[in-house]
Design a protein around this ligand. Structure first.
Ligand SMILES: [Ca+2]
Ligand SMILES: [Ca+2]
Ligand SMILES: [Zn+2]
Ligand SMILES: [Zn+2]
Length: 187
């Protein structure tokens, strides 16, 4: 979580004044009793308003609460904002913890836009504490990021939408070929 927090704070330094104001506004709107702290109750209420049910409240809340006093301060809310904006609220499919650092993802599902990604934490992956389709090829998130880039570079210059459609089909086969060298493991 510390790494994700550092990324959030670093990125906040580059946020436009206007957006900083909107984060402050969000914080104030969440803080119903104006004690400069967001309680779990206030947090859940604000999620309901945003219809962000996918952010399993308790897990994210505890991960954000750095000093563990049961409420979020302004810096914690900066991290929350960052997680939501960057789509980094990734929960282990097996043990349901928030994965702030490296994790593993099924590459077939990752490059198939019509299914959701299957992401698991290092502990569950290492301990084989999950069930997924039998031929799944798992890569860590950094490897998948590199592979997405090479897929884009290899794709011919076309309309962006065409490029991404081709990645879906081509990547599944090329990922399988890359597995040995790129640090992926075939289950
Ligand atoms: Ca409060
Ligand atoms: Ca706190
Ligand atoms: Zn897990
Ligand atoms: Zn899969």
């Amino acid at each position: 979580m510390e790494e994700l927090r550092r990324a959030a704070i670093a990125s906040y330094e580059h946020v436009r004044e206007k957006d900083k104001k909107s984060i402050t506004k969000t914080f104030k709107a969440m803080d119903k009793n104006r004690d400069e702290q967001i309680s779990l109750g206030e947090y859940v209420k604000s999620l309901e308003k945003k219809k962000a049910y996918n952010l399993t409240p308790q897990i994210i809340f505890s991960a954000l609460d750095k000093d563990g006093n049961g409420s979020l301060d302004f810096e914690d809310v900066i991290v929350l904002h960052y997680i939501m904006q960057s789509g980094r609220a990734i929960i282990c499919m097996s043990c349901k913890t928030l994965m702030a650092g490296a994790y593993f993802s099924c590459s077939q599902c990752f490059f198939n836009a019509s299914v959701s990604t299957f992401d698991i934490c290092c502990d569950c992956y290492g301990g084989k504490k999950f069930t997924h389709h039998g031929d799944a090829t798992f890569c860590d998130n950094y490897t998948l990021l590199r592979q997405s880039r090479s897929a884009i570079q290899e794709a011919p210059m076309k309309e962006e939408s065409d490029v991404f459609e081709e990645i879906d089909i081509d990547m599944i086969s090329s990922v399988a070929n890359l597995t040995v060298t790129a640090g992926c493991i075939i289950m």
